[in-house]
Design a protein around this ligand. Structure first.
Ligand code: PRE
Length: 274
């Protein structure tokens, strides 16, 4: 059997790459992509066996477009992974913070460091594809005056110097990643967490009643996010993550929700890693 192919957004040294190594070890083929859309597509076409996708961060919040990608490409969530995230400001060796005119990084990384850069209004912040890719570009192009926000590992790989450490707004910062595959997962364990989408018919008090049913059946809601139903302006579907002890009761509740409230799509049943 050949090596597993793991799709990630980013290059070596990116946070996605770190999650790929932690989950699947060193003996895989990493397929790097510039966008989450291409990551999702690669799993749906079978080019990659699995994908790693950031879904939410404890400072910056949800990456909403990624929910839509999982839905549209019909992907299955097989697992989750929480990575502690520490951001470093890095540049060519010898550069000082006064020399930096522009800092580039992944938009989620920039959002996590807003408070730090509020002290340096003269530094321009620019969204780019990936944290580590910028570190790579600075090194390859010998770019002065440009900084990257990326991990300590990226600074080591691309031989950059860290000029400000741990610049995320709060020290304790986590990104939750999900591991995706195309086919349904057959598990050899009993799941205690699920990610679902419910498209609720617009009935009065519908969401309140649905949440009450979940709570009465022991389904603890760990996340809820509304996303627009694009075919029907101003109607919303709800993405929810729920944690439970009784798997059979979870399945029964899903059936009841689909009968009483609207369509239910289960994106994945897995084990909570929190
Ligand atoms: O740019 C990277 O290194 C990534 O892996 C992307 C990403 C993200 O998409 O949120 C991953 C973790 C951090 O929250 C910042 C950026």
């Amino acid at each position: 059997m050949g090596k597993l192919k793991i799709a990630i957004q980013g290059v070596p040294g990116s946070f996605h790459h770190q999650v790929a190594l932690a989950n699947f070890g060193e003996e895989t083929d990493i397929l790097p992509f510039n966008t989450f859309e291409l990551v999702a597509k690669s799993v749906s076409t079978g080019e990659a066996d699995f994908a790693i996708m950031a879904i939410e961060n404890s400072i910056a919040g949800a990456i909403l477009p990624n929910y839509e990608l999982i839905d549209r490409y019909e992907l299955t969530i097989r697992d989750e992974f929480y990575l502690p995230i520490a951001h470093q400001l890095m540049a060519l060796p010898g550069q000082k913070i006064e020399d930096i005119r522009e800092v580039r990084s992944h938009p989620m990384a920039i959002l996590q460091c807003k408070a730090f850069f509020a002290q340096y209004p003269e530094i321009q912040l620019k969204d780019d594809v990936d944290t580590a890719a910028i570190a790579q570009q600075i090194a390859a192009g010998n770019l002065t005056g440009v900084g990257a926000i990326a991990s300590r590992i990226a600074a080591e790989i691309y031989s950059l110097e860290i000029i400000a450490k741990d610049i995320q707004t709060v020290k304790s910062n986590f990104t939750r990643f999900i591991i995706l595959q195309k086919a349904q997962v057959t598990h050899d364990f009993t799941p205690n967490k699920a990610s679902i989408k419910v498209t609720i018919q617009n009935i009065k008090g519908g969401l309140a009643k649905l949440l009450t049913l979940m709570s009465e059946n022991g389904l603890d809601l760990s996340k809820i996010q509304s996303i627009p139903v694009i075919q029907k302006p101003w109607e919303y579907a709800f993405f929810m993550d729920t944690v439970f002890e009784d798997y059979d009761l979870f399945l029964q509740t899903m059936k009841e929700i689909s009968e009483r409230f609207g369509e239910v799509k289960i994106f994945g049943e897995y084990q909570s890693r929190k």
